[in-house]
Design a protein around this ligand. Structure first.
Ligand SMILES: Cc1ncc(COP(=O)(O)O)c(C=O)c1O
Length: 426
């Protein structure tokens, strides 16, 4: 096919290509990206570059076209891009698993490499249900979570997303009925901790696990909560034979100021999911980690295997770039970079608090959020950000940013100006 003009490309895109959460044929006109480098997206229509305030849905923590990550992919490509993982193994996957065990909370020992965040959550749920089934307690098959969460778009993750007002409301009555607590308050409240304890105790016989996003609820509403609730969950789960799953797909790899958000509470979950920034945003890969207790439980069952095996499990290219991304992150003073971005966002987003229609402004680590008191006009808000030279993707009542950690102070200030403009005009 000859090179397409931007107009031809957009026309074919609209007619044939599904976009996330979109209708068919498409109604929105996406921007066409020609290339990306450092923190900038170069647009194909000749209108110039945009500073990326989204890190491609929170994954590209080192920015784009990074020489170290490019080399890792190139080097691996010269050896093999893929081999099946059943009956075969290879160094990138083994190195990655060992690296994840070393840097994750103490006690997580075993790693299942999955091909997306949602699949890693499916695997986490399967691990928990199978653990109890193997131990002769097949009745433990429900999950408990708090409202306001998001865990992905495949079936089990959908069942623990916020059941109201979210993207999966359509499927209530079809999805597995899980147990929901109220959304976690920002600050610690004993009465809310009691609600968690009471629900876990009451449903203990049917609960396989509690699953939550620790400290930050992402796509369910960009809400922050006290890490102390994670300790409450740990204690209540231990007391009532319920497993604890942390979904660190959005929070992992430094986003909240600690390497994993679990560290804010000093808690080790039984199962933990990571994804997104795992490969520095280069390739799709996620992982489900579990403790030896969970693995032993599964391995003692009538069917002593975890029956899950994606075709592209352990993909060498993704594993190699994930190792390189982790080394790159840990080889620098990333805490200082995240704190620098946090300070820049606090300063730059402060004026948003004075804008009409703004309900809340909050910042944690390299996450900045402006919450409106109405549904955002996505088209107007996005256009306002683009006029400031910044790419943002607001949703519901939220205009927010999660920039790459390599974003300069000047670009952080620019992103903050764009968030304020989007909040004003959206
Ligand atoms: C906390 C959390 N869990 C799971 C997912 C799903 O990951 P993926 O989109 O890679 O399937 C996401 C994606 O936004 C997420 O933020």
């Amino acid at each position: 096919m000859p090179d397409l003009s931007v107009e031809e490309l957009l026309d074919l895109d609209r007619r044939h290509v599904w976009h996330p959460y979109g209708p068919m044929p498409g109604r929105q006109e996406p921007l066409v990206v020609e290339s990306a480098s450092d923190v900038r997206l170069l647009l194909a229509d000749g209108s110039g570059e945009l500073v990326d305030g989204m890190s491609s849905w929170w994954s590209a923590i080192h920015g784009y076209n990074h020489p170290v990550l490019n080399d890792a992919v190139r080097d691996q490509l010269g050896r093999m891009s893929h081999v099946m993982f059943g009956g075969l193994t290879h160094e990138p996957a083994v190195r990655l698993a060992k690296r994840l065990v070393d840097i994750s909370p103490e006690g997580l020992e075993h790693v299942f490499l999955a091909d997306s965040g949602s699949v890693s959550v499916e695997v986490a749920v399967k691990m928990c249900l199978q653990h109890w089934r193997s131990l002769g307690r097949p009745g433990k098959q429900r999950l408990l979570t708090w409202r306001g969460g998001y865990h992905g778009d495949t079936w089990q993750p959908m069942s623990v997303c916020d059941p109201e007002g979210g993207m999966h409301e359509l499927w209530q009555g079809v999805l597995q009925r899980q147990v929901f607590a109220d959304p976690p308050p920002v600050a610690y409240e004993e009465s809310y901790a009691d609600q968690l304890r009471e629900l876990i105790e009451r449903h203990a016989d049917e609960l396989a696990a509690v699953i939550v996003e620790p400290v930050v609820q992402g796509a369910g509403g960009m809400r922050f909560h006290s890490p102390a609730y994670l300790r409450v969950l740990r204690e209540a789960c231990d007391a009532h034979d319920v497993l604890l799953v942390f979904d660190e797909i959005a929070t992992g790899f430094g986003r909240t100021g600690t390497l994993f958000a679990a560290e804010h509470a000093g808690v080790t979950p039984d199962v933990m999911c990571v994804g997104k920034a795992l490969t520095g945003g280069y390739m799709t890969m996620a992982a489900t980690l579990c403790t030896s207790r969970v693995a032993d439980g599964i391995s003692r069952g009538e069917v002593p295997v975890l029956a899950h095996g994606p075709t592209f499990m352990g993909n060498p290219l993704a594993a190699a770039v994930a190792c390189a991304s982790i080394d790159l992150l840990l080889g620098q003073d990333w805490q200082t970079e995240v704190k620098r971005i946090e300070a820049g966002l606090r300063e730059g987003l402060a004026p948003a608090a004075e804008l009409p229609g703004v309900r809340d402004v909050r910042v944690l680590g390299a996450i900045g959020v402006v919450q409106l008191n109405h549904e955002v006009d996505m088209k107007a808000a996005t256009a306002a950000a683009v006029r400031e030279g910044v790419w943002l993707r607001p949703f519901r009542d939220l205009v927010y940013t999660m920039p790459p950690y390599v974003t300069s102070d000047a670009d952080v200030a620019r992103i903050a100006r764009a968030v304020c403009a989007a909040a004003r005009e959206g």
